[in-house]
Write a protein that binds this ligand. Sequence first.
Ligand code: GLU
Length: 373
Amino acid sequence: MSTPITLVVKIGTSSLTNTDTGHLALSTIASLVETLTALQRTGYRIILVSSGAVGVGCARLGLTEPPRTISMKQAVAAVGQGRLMRVYDDLFTSLEQPIAQVLLSRSDLVQRSRYVNSYRTFRQLLQLGVIPIVNENDTVAVDELKFGDNDTLSALVASLVGADWLFLLTDVDRLYSADPRYHPDAEPIGLVDQVGQLAALQVEAGDRGSDWGTGGMATKIEAARIAANAGVRTVITEGQQPPNITKILQGESLGTQFAPQPRPSNARKRWIAHSLIPAGKLYLDDGAVDAICQAGKSLLAAGVIEIEGEFQQRDAVQLCNASGQEIARGIVNYNYIELQKIQGHRSDEIPDILGYEGAETIVHRDNLALHAE
Ligand code: GLU
């Protein structure tokens, strides 16, 4: 294989634990470990995103209910994460496959320097033939800066490393047109190959996920959207059958596949589009939308018709057309108070209005990522 193919595989608490007893589903984990090790040996580069810290911590402490308070959840995750890694290390070590623990917080991906650093660490680990095992750093994560669920985390990791595939392993074999538990006639969905189709996909139920994990189908579809936009082929398939990963890579049509968009060539724009958390919205007139989307120009004050949110200079903002549909994201050169004063004005009027010289553009084109760019 010339360029190694990179896979991100995400497994959730519901697949890792036995729902009746809360104990680890050892045979599933062992099968996952065997599958990933075999793939690693045939030349794939692999990152495993594993939940389970909270579930395993609860089992260790004999708690019969998921933690309700943040401090309890963080404490329980601290107990569980170490045990989870020990199980993985025992199993991978018996196959002589080195692993690494990588705990990430949302802020690690928001700050450009930390984002680039995380990328370099992953690249180095993969070059060493290590399988990094990633989880959210639950013990220190603060509410406003959380991935919230490992589906989103895995999509952002796939985007960060420029993965080829993202496998979201879950407790159903694929996506259905409705929740098959309540609608026996629900149709299985094999392939989602257009962005529009993906956006329109409404999965009726199963949105809440299990009691112990956080995600559900809604977060999986959102993760697939992030990954597809970042050029990553995404598959939702059954966690209890890890060998299916190999079969899917060999071309079997198992699970639901989401076709990737052309991979965005510019890594910085990928970071702007997916990793930053928007702090506000700018609504643009048609002329500005065309200038940005068709002509690849920067956003000027004249094209801004309305703003929302108390964003600061250098924050990320969503750029929307007049009807509120998001068309791009970017890093803004003015805070919301300044922008309220200069919106709709020509750039050469800005110094007079504000009383000082500012940037000529509101969002420079280098800091602007179009949807599906
Ligand atoms: N990070 C959490 C854990 O390890 C899981 C988050 C999720 O369920 O997506 O328990």
